[in-house]
Design a protein around this ligand. Structure first.
Ligand SMILES: *Cc1c(COP(=O)(O)O)cnc(C)c1O
Length: 438
């Protein structure tokens, strides 16, 4: 066969194999979810081939008659969903949304306060030395919230003291970023927002992970608690597609719009905007039920793992109030090794730094933690009772050292009961069904 045709055929074979594999797996990556067939339809539409640039009604290109209407629908829905004045659905990812906020409200050399990465912060808030977006791309300097390991949360008093100390040494915090990638419990926004605002900081909440829970009114409500803006991804606890979004107030609209375009995107992803419009309609209709079930499932998974002897982080607070369960697995091995072992049994999750890992000499390649998220399992229709089976299969691999092929067979058997997408209008195709267009 012609070499070029071989590349072509092999790519499709790999795609189909991937779909089959995931349909027989337990997907536990906390930043992932599965979109409805309706959202998938938007992603192969012609909008993915078009240019708009700018704001609906003020585009740089012709041909946007329907595109503008779709973007305005997405904006209207998001305003309803999050009860906010201003929405920008153009950021192409969560990182892009954060970068737009850095652009709009800080200058290179300014200081931002956020979570350190081991405490749950995201690389988009990272220092230049770590290659993080904030430092390496926008030249921000970062200071960290003081973190309480038992509470697995920001320590309000110690953080205030730290900020006052910094102030004495001439360092003022210009931007505050609440939120993070390991977010078990609501952050103390109410307790800190006035303190930071009195010092002249812009206060933002990075809800990349929990925006679907906020949409379902089952987590904290950062805008009502006083933040100036929320940034997020649209595909973690929300219903996809991959993308980003900023929520804020009219008084900040012009600055944010300019920072997004032309600051951080030229053409935004228009098929993804259509996907967002569909996903927000689903969230308006099913979001509350969904978020409630996600949290029931994560609590059930945490309790099941703990009752089988595993060390679940955040015990003092009841393990979790979000979609995330964090395990400390150092008794059985390290995160990287166990992540790979679980993958061989078709259990897909990710290794994660624990807040105390660096101090104990562990690093990201093989940290002390594993992070599980239940957003996707919930979308597949799983409930609390199913979490006990998921926990059992995890324990088979990590604790009981069972034969991985045997566990994989059990995983495939278990998955046979979950072949439909829930919390959507038209569950017309299987969640991992490969749709052939060519
Ligand atoms: C995932 C994540 C992001 C980045 O989102 P992308 O859509 O992957 O760019 C930003 N912030 C936090 C806290 C995240 O967890």
């Amino acid at each position: 066969m012609n070499r070029n045709k071989e590349y072509y055929e092999k790519t499709f074979r790999m795609l189909e194999a991937h779909h089959k594999w995931f349909s027989e797996s337990i997907p536990l990556i906390a930043s992932e979810n599965i979109p409805s067939p309706a959202v998938r339809e938007t992603l192969i539409s012609d909008l993915g081939n078009r240019y708009a640039e700018g704001w609906p009604g003020e585009r740089v290109y012709a041909g946007c008659t329907y595109i503008d209407q779709i973007e305005l629908i997405a904006i209207e829905e998001a305003k309803k969903l999050f009860q906010c004045e201003f929405v920008d659905v153009r950021p192409v990812s969560g990182v892009c949304a954060n970068l737009a906020i850095y652009t709009a409200f800080t200058s290179p050399g300014d200081y931002m306060m956020c979570l350190s990465i081991p405490s749950g912060g995201h690389i988009s808030m990272g220092k230049a030395e770590l290659g993080g977006t904030a430092g390496a791309v926008h030249g921000l300097k970062t200071e960290y919230f003081q973190f309480d390991y038992d509470e697995m949360n920001i320590d309000v008093e110690r953080t205030k003291n730290r900020v006052n100390e910094l102030e004495k040494s001439g360092i003022n915090i210009k931007l505050v970023m609440f939120g993070g990638s390991v977010l078990l419990f609501p952050h103390p926004v109410k307790e800190l927002v006035d303190f930071f605002k009195e010092k002249g900081a812009f206060v933002c909440y990075d809800a990349a992970h929990v925006i679907g829970l906020i949409a379902g009114r089952k987590f904290q409500d950062p805008l009502r608690e006083g933040v100036d803006a929320i940034t997020c991804s649209t595909h973690k606890t929300l219903f996809g597609p991959q993308g980003g979004m900023i929520l804020s107030y009219d008084k900040y609209a012009e600055k944010i719009k300019k920072a997004v375009f032309p600051g951080n995107v030229s053409n935004h992803h228009l098929h993804s905007v259509a996907g967002k419009a569909i996903a927000f309609a689903e969230a308006l209709e099913f979001g509350e039920q969904y978020a409630a079930q996600v949290i029931k499932n994560s609590k059930a998974l945490a309790n099941a793992l703990a009752s089988k002897g595993m060390k679940v982080v955040g015990e003092k607070r009841g393990f979790t109030e979000s979609h995330i369960v964090l395990l400390e697995i150092t008794k059985y091995g390290l995160g990287g090794d166990l992540e790979r072992k679980l993958e061989k049994a078709n259990i897909i999750c990710n290794r994660n730094l624990l807040p105390w890992d660096i101090k104990e000499g562990r690093h990201f390649a093989n940290p002390g933690g594993l992070r599980f998220g239940v957003s996707e399992l919930t979308r597949l229709g799983m409930r609390e009772g199913d979490m006990d089976i998921v926990a059992e299969l995890i324990v088979d691999v990590i604790v009981r050292n069972k034969n991985l092929d045997e566990v994989k067979t059990k995983v495939k058997e278990f998955r046979k009961d979950f072949k439909k997408i829930h919390f959507c209008f038209e569950p017309s195709r299987g969640p991992y069904e490969y749709i052939k267009v060519r």
